[in-house]
Design a protein around this ligand. Structure first.
Ligand code: AHR
Length: 483
């Protein structure tokens, strides 16, 4: 039994649309195959980008897309990815499967994808194996409108206008694949590199994001905040939901009930992590100017049998949908500090929105969570007074369109009765529900519609309160108008 009191709720801040951000890395079949098929492909495409995937992602109103990594970012040398595609350097993707990377998807193709998606840019720069000069030149190439060596080069490559570069990451996982650095050393490097992510070259100031902690490395956050806070706009945080120890990735399908809960509990840990990292940040940044940017999150499970272990291709079930809903609710509860989040990754890698194979594409249960929660974007998150069952997670927001509540019951077997008190006469309610009939319910190419939202049919309205039964393994959303 759960009870949510909306009346008189304090606000938790505006829900940034960027909390619903995506991430595309040169990893496995995310970029190549998932997004980019090339202009000569038989798969229907526009300027090399597959039409089915772009259309699906447009429905999600993707606000921002992080690129090119991840670990790949600290091996990426952007100049290899510009100019005539057939002349671009072929390199080895040393992080992900040791496969050949032909550099056909580079800066121009990335911004073309953003144009098609109507999404903002979040480019992750190379600190681990790149120079300050290389990073500065890339920013100049992307953003400078006047005459300059890099802007002239961009024009010669067919793009006269600069692109809007909203977000820029100065390194990725600098404590690990981005250079195995100590926080003290990285803090100094951050100070130096960010100096040359030249605001003067861009028409709009670039929002600079420092490479932040791994999970619960609070010393990293403390050191970065102490030494570089005034020079950063955001600090990243990475936390993946695991069903067991990191070294023991568990299957995405056919798992026992214990692993249903271990994955969900790992996802719930995001709340503690954000709270503790924010407490440290508050000491150096009491006005909460600096955003905590959770630019990698999601389920990390075992790869599907028979697939390349370096490609991180996993199926996506109603359990992952629960992970997404619980985590997005946590971000909304911390809306004042968490300014952006990017689920890993958008296609064919980890907790993906879409899976593709040749010319086929399927939308995952996680895709539908992102779609169902769209009305929360830009609304005001409400700090409701809740008494929730252990397996219910909720978030309520308010906007000109009225109240919007998302209610997730992640019990594997028990329904929950929930009552929402508005204390004002309710005039209209509409809603949707996503649920699974079994713990690993999922969509595949033969059964693409097994898990998808259905209209909500059953609820009781009594003056100022709304009562609903939340089935196990379900996400329910309601739009409520009051007098
Ligand atoms: O998202 C997959 C990988 O996970 C990223 O490349 C890296 O940053 C993280 O460890």
């Amino acid at each position: 039994m759960s009870h949510i009191v909306i009346d008189g709720a304090r606000t938790q801040g505006q829900i940034s649309p960027y909390l619903y951000g995506q991430f595309a890395e040169h990893l496995g079949r995310c970029v190549y195959g998932g997004l980019w098929v090339g202009t000569k492909s038989e798969i229907p495409n526009t300027n090399g980008l597959r039409n089915d995937v772009v259309a699906a992602l447009r429905e999600l109103h993707v606000p921002v897309l992080r690129w090119p990594g991840g670990c790949f970012a600290d091996t990426y040398h952007w100049e290899a990815g510009i100019g005539p595609r057939d002349q671009r350097q072929r390199i080895v993707n040393t992080n992900w499967g040791g496969v050949v990377e032909n550099n056909h998807f580079g800066t121009h193709e990335y911004f073309e994808l953003l144009r098609q998606l109507n999404a903002e840019a979040y480019v992750n720069g190379n600190v681990g194996s790149g120079s300050v000069q290389e990073m500065a030149a890339w920013v100049e190439y992307m953003t400078f409108a006047g005459e300059s060596p890099q802007a002239d080069r961009r024009r010669a490559n067919g793009h006269p206008d600069p692109w809007p570069l909203k977000f820029f990451g100065v390194g990725n996982e600098s404590w690990g694949c981005g250079g195995n650095m100590r926080p003290e050393y990285y803090a100094d490097l951050y100070r130096r590199y960010q100096t040359f992510v030249a605001n003067s070259a861009a028409d709009q100031p670039v929002y600079k994001i420092a490479s932040g902690p791994n999970v619960d490395d609070y010393h990293w956050t403390e050191t970065l905040m102490q030494r570089a806070a005034p020079l950063m706009d955001g600090l990243s945080l990475h936390h993946y939901a695991l069903a067991a120890a990191w070294e023991n990735k568990r299957p995405a399908l056919g798992f026992p009930e214990s692993e249903w809960y271990s994955l969900l509990h790992s996802a719930q840990r995001m709340d503690e992590l954000i709270t503790k990292h924010s407490t440290i940040m508050d000491r150096y940044d009491p006005d909460q100017r600096i955003g905590l940017i959770v630019d990698e999150w999601g389920s990390w499970l075992a790869v599907e049998p028979g697939t390349n272990p370096g490609f991180l291709f996993q199926q996506n079930t109603i359990r992952d949908a629960m992970v997404a809903a619980v985590t997005l609710h946590i971000f909304q509860h911390h809306a004042k500090r968490v300014k952006m989040a990017n689920i890993a990754q958008v296609a064919n890698v980890l907790q993906a929105m879409v899976l593709t194979e040749g010319n086929q594409m399927v939308k995952t249960p996680t895709y539908y969570v992102f779609k169902m929660l769209i009305p929360h974007k830009k609304a005001t998150a409400l700090a409701t007074l809740d008494t929730l069952s252990d397996t219910t997670s909720a978030s309520v927001s308010h906007s000109e369109a009225g109240y919007f509540a998302s209610l997730c019951n992640f019990s594997a077997d028990a329904a929950d009765e929930v009552k929402l008190d508005f204390s004002r006469p309710i005039t209209t309610v509409s809603g949707e529900r996503l649920m699974g009939q079994q713990m690993d319910a999922h969509n595949d190419f033969d059964h693409p519609d097994t898990v998808q939202p259905q209209p909500l049919t059953s609820m009781q309205i009594q003056e100022g309160s709304l009562s609903l039964c939340l089935p196990p393994m379900s996400l329910t959303t309601v739009k409520v108008l009051c007098d």
